[in-house]
Design a protein around this ligand. Sequence first.
Ligand SMILES: Cc1cc2nc3c(=O)[nH]c(=O)nc-3n(C[C@H](O)[C@H](O)[C@H](O)COP(=O)(O)OP(=O)(O)OC[C@H]3O[C@@H](n4cnc5c(N)ncnc54)[C@H](O)[C@@H]3O)c2cc1C
Length: 384
Amino acid sequence: MDSSRAARTAVVVGAGIAGLTAATALARGGWQVEIVEISPAEATSGWGLCLTGPSLRALAELRLADSCLTAGLGMATVTHVDASGDVVDRVQLPRLIGARQPAMAGIARPVLHRILYAEAERCGVVVHRGLTVLAVEQAESARATAETSEPVRVRLSDGTVRQAGLIVGADGIGSSARTLLGLDASVDYHGQMVWRALLPRPPWATGIHHFAGQTNTAGLVPISGNLAYVFLTENGVDQSFLPDAGLAQRLQQLLEPFPGRVEELRSLLTGSDSVVRRPVRTTFLEGPWHRGSGVVIGDAAHAPAPQMASGAALAIEDGLVLAEELGRHESVGEGLEAFTVRRRQRCRTVVETSVAIAGLEQAQRHHDAYALVDACHQQMAEPA
Ligand SMILES: Cc1cc2nc3c(=O)[nH]c(=O)nc-3n(C[C@H](O)[C@H](O)[C@H](O)COP(=O)(O)OP(=O)(O)OC[C@H]3O[C@@H](n4cnc5c(N)ncnc54)[C@H](O)[C@@H]3O)c2cc1C
């Protein structure tokens, strides 16, 4: 036995969606959990998020779906518009949390984080901001592990040390915890930059809209009664930095070739200082996701491209499955192995599908991309 069930102290690295939900699920399972988060301020990266059916279902399991639906905006349809501005399809997504409930929701990222953070704290999780992990030492030998139920020694950036039964790397696609655990992965760039900007919600925006363009794709996701975000996926570009000051003007230019409703969105964008631009990058750990009493979850283990809008679902499901498998197994090592076995194929499918969609978008094969997205959403509707 590598560490006994009595070992109930966990250090989680990263207070993103994966870290906060895993910490909550572990705390409810009896673990004492501390999170170390490198950012000194509340996470606000990206302006909005689409919570698909599996995200809502996982949040419902954490009893947080109602708060998210109240703070965000529930939706049921995705409308596909072609390059001439004509509606070509309207897809109804499966309603996974009840026939009378929305199929998905748009929500502002800071709002979602506040909900997840408040619940973690309510469950007794301690979050340390402005802190990271510098070193992880694991008691590898049988003798050493028999002597301690907390075989992981974690050295933090404030000079303090934690002795824990479990370390969870939930620090995103560029994970340092992954490297410290010796679980290296490659991160791939796919020749696309994703743009997002906040707008006042037009009254017709009650679901997601996708607009196919001649070169790029765009879309709109409502995130509350008053707000929506416009997104644009720019194809065939190098990973480069643009200063914030020029972002709004450049996004306006990129949206210019789109007809119809996108013209209205451009006019709403005037003066927006809320534009973000991010590279489309993915990773998937082909090798083990755990070593000793350490494991990586969320984007640190499997980061899909944003086109599937499923990274949050995978991250929240990870936390739930991790707590469940650790509660079910006598040793942490067995629990982590069971977690990986349960999660690997589902996460691989989403990452690989998202990469395929990025390729289809760049080849202007929008119909094939939509079909692939729909098929993957159907697969994701199956329980985690
Ligand atoms: C542009 C874009 C749009 C997206 N849109 C959607 C969408 O609509 N729907 C959806 O489901 N998914 C979407 N995704 C994916 C989704 O955002 C991610 O899958 C999800 O945020 C993963 O959560 P995470 O907690 O694993 O990682 P992250 O959200 O990256 O959180 C990691 C946390 O760890 C912290 N951290 C990093 N390094 C360290 C360190 N060394 N020490 C301590 N802390 C550290 C970070 O500050 C952060 O708080 C999108 C992604 C992008 C890039």
